[in-house]
Design a protein around this ligand. Structure first.
Ligand SMILES: *Cc1c(COP(=O)(O)O)cnc(C)c1O
Length: 394
């Protein structure tokens, strides 16, 4: 048994979050209410967007966003294969079809050039069915949004950002959450800030915001929590068939306090990434994460790439050796088109998206979270270098 245990991720929860949750529990108001409303207002101010609507996951946020921009049955939504299941599964909720566009190998973000090529190459009747593009800011690094927005505008397609990995992030000085039509954030336990489970949709568009707020709570025309307060009344109207996606105040309370720490967490993540880069840079079997010009990277994940051509082991063996030393690494992501559901439903082969399929074989996400000590970081990089040195070819 190794004497060290470094998990892949751990949340950083302080006395402030605990006190805020206790306050909620004592208040008698547990579901969506004042804490969630405050979290929404603070989040909108932090990101600089007009509207922020708190929901119970980023998956819900993506679903509401695609609903708001008008995705329907037999439509198409373009996204990247290098993402989590949620990004494409919400497209299936509508009976619409996810179309994948391959990535740039360095950043692992959707390729703007291939996006343009894909839309340009479509038959007219297919292109008319494309209702949205969902770029994913992989690991917390913003996609190249200018050409993506330009392509989308030219073809009359809306852009919904999957910003599950970002907070805060900036692209050419603009904050992620203010660039596309709608942006979806995640507060899942491993993400940049957490509410346990939770998400947020951000937009500057009043119409989208109104629609998403109504759809997030059973299509009811007013917020339920207002109905039961003294200003409210018993009357409500169901004006659309909605969902049950609201964020409860227990989660909102955690989010309120986590958001206050978002800059501090980001500082720690950025510093940790620098320490990994420093310790692993120059190793013949390692490629460091590629950072684009003119972005602020959220550093949700630290993803290194192995030079398999220089090693006698594969990625699975490397991760297993790390585990034996008490270091728990992971892989982000197994490209969606390689999973059985997508292979069987659409007949995809790995080679259909060759860049994603190839880079998948050599990516490793190292343990990475603000709570890691310098000693933890040192131990991880010592283990990584040790394994790679033992297994270098020639
Ligand atoms: C985590 C994640 C999601 C889903 O977030 P939830 O809040 O768990 O629904 C969506 N997209 C990506 C890229 C993710 O990593």
């Amino acid at each position: 048994m190794p004497d060290r245990f470094i998990p892949f991720s751990l949340p950083l929860i302080g006395d402030e979050e605990i006190a805020e949750v206790v306050d909620t529990l004592k208040s008698g108001w547990l579901t969506t209410g004042p804490k969630t409303k405050q979290f929404e207002a603070d989040f909108a101010e932090y990101v600089g967007c007009r509207h922020a609507i708190a929901v119970n996951s980023c998956t819900s946020a993506l679903h509401l966003a695609l609903d708001a921009v008008g995705v329907g049955r037999d439509d198409m939504v373009i996204t990247t294969p290098m993402t989590f299941a949620a990004t494409a599964e919400v497209v299936r909720y509508f009976g619409a079809r996810p179309i994948f566009v391959d990535i740039d190998e360095g950043t692992m973000n959707i390729s703007p050039a291939l996006l343009e090529e894909t839309l340009a190459g479509m038959k007219d009747e297919d292109r008319k069915r494309v209702k949205a593009i969902v770029p994913v800011h992989m690991a917390g690094q913003p996609c190249d949004m200018d050409p993506i927005m330009d392509t989308a505008r030219r073809y009359g397609v809306k852009v919904v950002e999957d910003a599950a990995h970002t907070l805060p992030a900036r692209y050419k000085g603009r904050t992620v959450g203010t660039i596309a039509d709608i942006t979806a954030f995640s507060f899942y336990a491993t993400k940049c800030i957490t509410t346990g489970e939770g998400g947020m949709v951000a937009t500057d568009d009043d119409g989208y915001a109104e629609k998403m707020r109504i759809m997030s709570l059973h299509g009811i025309s007013k917020d339920a929590w207002k109905r039961y307060t003294k200003e409210g009344s018993w009357y409500y109207e169901v004006i659309r068939p909605g969902y049950k996606y609201n964020m409860p105040d227990i989660a909102g309370a955690i989010g309120l306090q986590q958001l206050k720490k978002a800059d501090a967490f980001h500082g720690m993540r950025t510093r940790h990434a620098g320490m990994y880069n420093e310790a692993l840079g120059g190793h013949p079997a390692v490629e460091l994460p590629v950072v684009s010009q003119d972005v602020v990277h959220s550093w949700h994940l630290y993803i290194m790439k192995l030079r398999l051509d220089r090693l006698n082991i594969d990625r699975a063996a490397f991760i297993e050796e790390l585990r034996e030393m008490g270091v728990f690494a992971s892989v982000h992501f197994i490209p969606l088109h390689i999973h059985p559901y997508y292979r069987e439903t659409y007949g995809y082969k790995p080679q259909d998206y060759p860049v994603a399929a190839a880079v998948y074989e050599r990516i490793v996400s190292l343990p990475f979270y603000p709570r890691m000590s310098d000693d933890d970081l040192q131990y991880v990089t010592d283990c990584v270098r040790g394994i790679l040195d033992r297994n270098l070819k020639g």
